[in-house]
Design a protein. Structure first.
Lengths: 122, 107
C-alpha cells in the first residue's frame, strides 16, 4: 500500500544539523511533488518546503529559507530534509507528504507519514 | 506570502449538528484550497481539494464550497468520529500556507 515513513528525528543541540529522511513505497515516486510540513507542540500545521517530481525546483517557507534544504533521490524512493543551524523554534513533529497532483501540479497533500520528532535543546 | 485566516478557532457542537468553518485568503488562490482533518497525535488527512472536490474515501457529509478568497467547510451532520481539528491550506502559490486551525469539540 501507499506508505511514507519518516526517520532521523531526535534530540539535538542548538546550532547543530540534522537530516530527516522519508522512505516511500506503493506508488510511482517519480510522478509526484513532495512536501515537508511541521507542527510545533500544541500548535498548528506549518508548511516547510516542497520539491517538484524531478527535483529540479524547490520551494521554502520564509522561516526556514537558507537553513533547510529539501532534496530527493528518485532512484532510492526517498525524500530528505537537511536542517542546519537548529534553533529551539525548530522543535516540532516533521511530516513528509505527497501532493495529490502529479508532475508540476500541486493541489494538496493526500498521503502523509506518521511524523518524526525533532527536539532542539541543550 | 498569502495569509489564510480561519474562523472560528474552536466550536462546540453535538452529534447531528451542522458545523461550518470558514477560511479566507489574503488574495485570490484560483480555488487551490484544501481542507484537512487532524486527530490528536495523528497526521492530517485530506478531506477536500480544489475547494469543492471530495477526496476519495471521505464521507459525503463533508462539503467544501466557496471561490475567490472565501471558502467554507461544512459538516452536514456531525458524527462522533468528526471531533478533531480542521485546517485549510492554499496550494496555489509557494510558499504554501495553512490556516490556524479550528477545533471541533463536544458541546
Amino acid at each position: 500500500q501507499v506508505q511514507l515513513v519518516e526517520s532521523g528525528g531526535g534530540v539535538v543541540q542548538p546550532g547543530r544539523s540534522l537530516r530527516l529522511s522519508c522512505a516511500v513505497s506503493g506508488f510511482t515516486f517519480t510522478k509526484y511533488g513532495m512536501h515537508w510540513v511541521r507542527q510545533a507542540p500544541g500548535k498548528g500545521l506549518e508548511w516547510v518546503a516542497a520539491i517538484w517530481h524531478d527535483g529540479s525546483q524547490t520551494f521554502y517557507a520564509e522561516s526556514v529559507e537558507g537553513r533547510f534544504t529539501i532534496s530527493r533521490d528518485n532512484s532510492k524512493n526517498s525524500l530528505y530534509l537537511q536542517i542546519n543551524s537548529l534553533r529551539a523554534e525548530d522543535t516540532a513533529v516533521y511530516y513528509c507528504a505527497r501532493d495529490l497532483g502529479t508532475l508540476f501540479y500541486f493541489y494538496g497533500m493526500d498521503v502523509w507519514g506518521q511524523g518524526t520528532t525533532v527536539i532542539v535543546s541543550s | 506570502d498569502i495569509q489564510m485566516t480561519q474562523s472560528p478557532s474552536s466550536v462546540s457542537a453535538s452529534v447531528g449538528d451542522r458545523v461550518t468553518i470558514s477560511c479566507r485568503a489574503s488574495q485570490g488562490i484560483n480555488n487551490r484550497l484544501a481542507w484537512y482533518q487532524q486527530m490528536p497525535g495523528k497526521g492530517p488527512k485530506l478531506l477536500i481539494y480544489t475547494a469543492t472536490s471530495l477526496h476519495s474515501g471521505v464521507p459525503s457529509r463533508f462539503r467544501g464550497s466557496g471561490s475567490g478568497t472565501n471558502f467554507t467547510l461544512t459538516i452536514t451532520s456531525l458524527q462522533p468520529e468528526d471531533f478533531a481539528t480542521y485546517y485549510c491550506q492554499q496550494a496555489n502559490t509557494f510558499p504554501n500556507t495553512f490556516g490556524g486551525g479550528t477545533r471541533v469539540d463536544v458541546k
